[in-house]
Design a protein around this ligand. Structure first.
Ligand code: C5P
Length: 232
């Protein structure tokens, strides 16, 4: 029996942050883990997934030439394009979505540059779920009890932990759904912290798949030490 062909997938990587929480002169996505820059580790995994045809990275104007040199060094230049990032994560993703490779994709994944430990298996789960459901997000159960607080720090309420999940990336979308969600951004109120949220605001159902504990977003200085130990 012939298998159905893999969906054509393009991975968008927002890498335009300056990383103020990392307290480092070098943006966190360009820091090394055991000699390999985080951004390169992230692209290497994305590019190794069979359904992935291309990777589009949106980065800081000041780092575009350096990133091009890194892609050349690590032989990733044939499958990766660089575009200029925006002033926030959402606008960096929106700029990457203008790249010509997007039009021929069945599924677009959006993956934070600073999550280098997502596995190929996770990418594949998200691609499959996005292809069949339209939108898919990897999640983990929340183990802490979550409090909502007011501006003074006083607790307003405690949420029911059994219904809460922490969202990760890569998040996957049928291409037309993600393009429509980003096109509607100007009519969306409030801060948008991930792409699935834009879809939710467009009344698009978002399916969850199992995330991975090791798929941590490298954010703070101590995350780097932990990441070094993970690849020892
Ligand atoms: O700052 P935060 O942890 O939310 O960043 C998540 C991702 O968004 C990172 O990969 C970061 O480089 C990216 N980003 C971006 N453009 C910005 C700000 C953040 O692509 N202007």
């Amino acid at each position: 029996m012939s298998q159905s062909p893999l969906p054509r997938c393009v991975v968008v990587i927002p890498a335009g942050g300056v990383g103020t929480r990392m307290q480092s002169a070098v943006p966190k996505q360009f820091l090394d883990i055991q000699g390999i820059p985080i951004i390169i580790r992230t692209i290497q995994t994305a590019a190794a997934v069979p359904a992935v045809r291309h990777v589009v990275v949106a980065t800081l104007p000041s780092h575009m030439t350096y990133l091009a040199e890194l892609l050349d060094t690590y032989a990733l230049d044939h499958c990766t394009s660089i575009v200029e990032g925006g002033t926030d994560r959402r606008s960096s993703v929106a700029r990457a979505l203008e790249h010509r490779e997007i039009a021929s994709a069945d599924v677009v994944l959006v993956h934070d540059a600073v999550r280098p430990f997502a596995s190929c298996g996770l990418f594949e789960r998200v691609i499959e779920a996005a292809h069949s459901h339209g939108c898919a997000v990897p999640v983990l159960p929340v183990t802490d009890t979550i409090k909502v607080v007011d501006a003074t720090g006083a607790v307003v309420e405690t949420l029911d932990r059994s219904t809460l999940r922490a969202a990760q990336t890569p998040q996957g979308f049928r291409t037309e759904i993600l393009l429509r969600a980003h096109a509607s951004y100007d009519s969306v109120n409030g801060t948008v912290t991930d792409d699935a949220m834009l879809c939710e605001r467009n009344a698009v159902d978002v399916m969850t798949v199992d995330g991975e504990v090791k798929n941590v977003k490298i954010t703070k200085p101590e995350d780097i030490a932990w990441a070094q130990s993970l690849v020892d």
